[in-house]
Design a protein around this ligand. Structure first.
Ligand SMILES: C[S@@+](CC[C@H](N)C(=O)[O-])C[C@H]1O[C@@H](n2cnc3c(N)ncnc32)[C@H](O)[C@@H]1O
Length: 221
């Protein structure tokens, strides 16, 4: 639906939200008029990920490459972004985008469904966005990913929440989502502990993990 067609219901929503206060933290104007950036807040996400110039970052399930310009800029010319995709057509689209936009520090990787095919021991941050729920055998997948992380390596998952209610649900296009508690539980089983949870995304959970076991002395930082 065109963003402008959503304006009349938006005005009703804003009035209702102000009246009951329950949605008062949601910037509906930005949700409606700014396309994906309006709800994805990529600049805030990248800031929260605290990447440093020179880092190696992997996006698993890069799709059309929405995150690549953001990640590429965050790690700089000395850094590297691995854009992992399993679908051959998307791999080609990603390569074209990387070339067209001169994202010189981005490497497109044709991964396998059960393995992202990343270099061992190199990744400072592996992230998924709207991809976690697509991955099967997640405990084994993220267990294997441990070998790809460098010292201090992290994994971040952003995924549409299972408990988002109308009217915010109108802004979710995928029809796929996950329960953030299930993500924490599955990542725990795969050998990770939760180190950060951000709640500024209206539609998605955003959690960061490190290798180790919650509450166990001596777990890797
Ligand atoms: C909904 S798209 C999200 C794309 C991108 N992350 C974004 O935020 O725009 C999910 C992507 O994950 C890919 N995918 C699904 N299973 C995967 C797997 N096991 N490993 C890597 N990518 C996978 C799909 O091909 C698809 O491109």
């Amino acid at each position: 639906m065109s963003p402008w067609l959503r304006l009349p219901p938006l005005l009703v929503l804003v009035a209702l939200a102000s009246a009951c206060g329950s949605l008062s933290k949601v910037d509906f104007g930005r949700l409606v008029t700014s396309g994906r950036d309006g709800w994805q807040h990529p600049e805030r996400v990248v800031e929260a990920l605290a990447l440093s110039p020179g880092d190696s970052v992997a996006e698993i399930g890069a799709g059309d490459g929405y995150w690549l310009p953001w990640l590429s800029e965050a790690v700089g010319a000395e850094g590297r972004v691995y854009a992992v995709e399993v679908e051959a057509e998307k791999v080609e689209t990603l390569k074209e985008r990387v070339s067209r936009e001169s994202l010189d520090n981005v490497v497109v990787v044709h991964g396998r469904y059960e393995d992202p095919e990343l270099p061992d021991g190199e990744i400072d941050l592996a992230m998924t966005c709207l991809t976690y729920h697509h991955i099967e055998e997640r405990e084994a997948y993220f267990g294997r990913l441990l070998a790809d992380l460098g010292p201090g390596g992290r994994v971040a998952h952003l995924d549409d929440r299972h408990d988002v209610r109308p009217p915010l649900r109108w802004f979710q296009g995928s029809g796929h989502w996950s329960d953030p508690a299930a993500i924490r539980s599955e990542m725990g089983a795969a050998g990770y502990r939760t180190v950060e949870e951000f709640d500024f995304l209206p539609l998605q959970s955003f959690q960061v993990f490190r290798p180790g076991v919650s509450g166990v002395a001596g777990a890797r930082p």
